[in-house]
Design a binder for this molecule. Structure first.
Ligand code: GLN
Length: 204
């Protein structure tokens, strides 16, 4: 199994560790490909887009044709996990909680609307227990995280969080072969990475 990790900016190593551990738990072999150029997309069975800074990831992906080829690969069915900035990059609608819409480069592949930096600044980052449908409870780390404010079409919420200021918002959504998490599963659990591998194996 070949799993690509978009490796332009963000927490690439943490995802590499999590996906290797998830594969070990499932008893399968994975080759991890760090995706920096279009040719790295060849022959992938799954793709991860890490957290980081979505505006940076977007503008680096736009420098060559990578943004278009990524979009094509995902639309054509490549099982994909986007975490935090990666989830923002996958969304069809993006706005920032302070500056609104800035027209940042996005893939626009998933029927979700996200608000960036929804919980506030870096110091408002937090951890909490989160119940994800079908996964049970996991520890979730939100680092200057977005929230998913809306899903439509085939996209379905999988986990929600209740926040004192924001009320109940969506922390995880799935649309067919695509999963978006507002938090960072790679830091605390292999469950989400295992789920991605199972999607790629056709077991989900
Ligand atoms: N705040 C970042 C953004 O808007 C996301 C933060 C993260 O990936 N941990 O892109």
């Amino acid at each position: 199994m070949r799993v690509g990790i978009l490796a332009l900016q963000g927490d690439i190593e943490e995802h590499e560790y999590a996906i290797k551990k998830a594969a070990e738990e499932l008893g399968i072999n994975v080759d991890v490909i760090r995706v920096k150029r279009v040719e790295h997309l060849d022959g992938l069975n799954a793709l991860i887009m890490p957290g980081g800074e979505s505006t940076t990831i977007g503008s680096l992906a736009r420098r060559n044709d990578l943004i278009n080829r990524l979009r094509e690969a995902i639309i054509n069915g490549l099982p994909t996990l986007g975490t935090c900035a990666g989830a923002i990059f996958m969304a069809k609608e993006v706005r920032d909680s302070v500056v609104g819409e800035i027209g940042q480069p996005i893939l626009s592949v998933m029927d979700i609307a996200v608000v960036r930096n929804a919980f506030g600044r870096q110091r408002d980052s937090f951890e909490t227990d989160l119940n994800i449908e079908g996964f049970g409870t996991i520890r979730a780390v939100f680092i200057r995280a977005p929230v998913i404010v809306k899903t439509w079409g085939d996209a379905k919420p999988m986990a929600s969080i209740k926040h004192p200021r924001l009320g109940v918002t969506i922390a995880t959504a799935q649309e067919n072969h695509m999963i978006a998490t507002a938090f960072h599963p790679e830091l605390t659990t292999t469950k989400v990475h295992r789920y991605l591998l199972e999607l790629a194996l056709g077991r989900r």
